[in-house]
Design a protein around this ligand. Structure first.
Ligand code: IMP
Ligand code: MG
Length: 181
């Protein structure tokens, strides 16, 4: 497959992503042996990662979805989080695993964890596919992290810029010329 012309560099290839998701799935399977598990994905960015992650988990899981918006069309976090779609089922007394695409400032996850904790789940754990280095403004306890990545705007594997590039099978750096005008 040819590199998308708006991408300057591939940060993670499809093969690297696949291998790491398999490892995360195996770890989660071992950690939750004998337990129930609801995997909650934060739309839309984490949808692709979640679809891969649940298939790497070798046990019965429930899937549920939430949607929040914090970014608009820009490349920096606004810090304002809106819940635009809530979970479909109750999580009371259940083990919840939040599958998030990327932990940047941490504001989205911090807000979400607080909101879900109020519903009395048995546990809440986070499996972030990516964690940006040194950009966290609030502390979020992330038990599972796929990869640490350098600060810079990246797209692909669910991550977008203005709703584009989500379907790239790899993660790449978006050329600044795309958003700097
Ligand atoms: P946080 O609240 O700052 O941690 O932002 C988390 C959300 O911002 C993620 O779920 C992504 O949707 C989005 N985000 C953060 N960094 C990037 C990036 O480099 N590319 C695309 N989306 C990003
Ligand atoms: Mg997102």
């Amino acid at each position: 497959m040819q590199l998308h012309p708006d991408i300057s560099e591939v940060v993670l290839t499809e093969e690297q992503i696949k291998a790491r998701v398999a490892e995360l799935g195996a770890q989660i399977t071992a950690d939750y042996a004998g337990e129930d598990l609801v995997v909650v994905s934060v739309l839309r960015g984490a949808a692709i990662y979640m679809a891969d992650l649940v298939r790497a988990i070798d046990m019965d899981v429930e899937m549920d979805f939430m949607a929040v918006s914090s970014y608009g069309d820009g490349v920096t976090s606004s810090g304002v989080i809106n819940v635009t779609k809530d979970l479909s089922s109750s999580i009371e007394g259940k083990n919840v695993l939040i599958a998030e695409d990327i932990l940047d400032t941490g504001q989205t996850l911090a807000y979400l964890i607080e909101m879900l904790r109020a519903r009395n789940p048995k546990s809440i754990t986070v499996a972030a596919f990516l964690k940006k280095d040194g950009t966290q403004k609030v502390d979020v306890d992330c038990k599972y992290v796929g990869f640490a990545c350098p600060d810079g705007f990246i797209v692909g594997y669910g991550l977008d810029y203005a709703e584009h590039y989500r379907n790239l099978p790899y993660i790449g750096i978006l050329k600044p010329s795309v958003y700097e005008n």
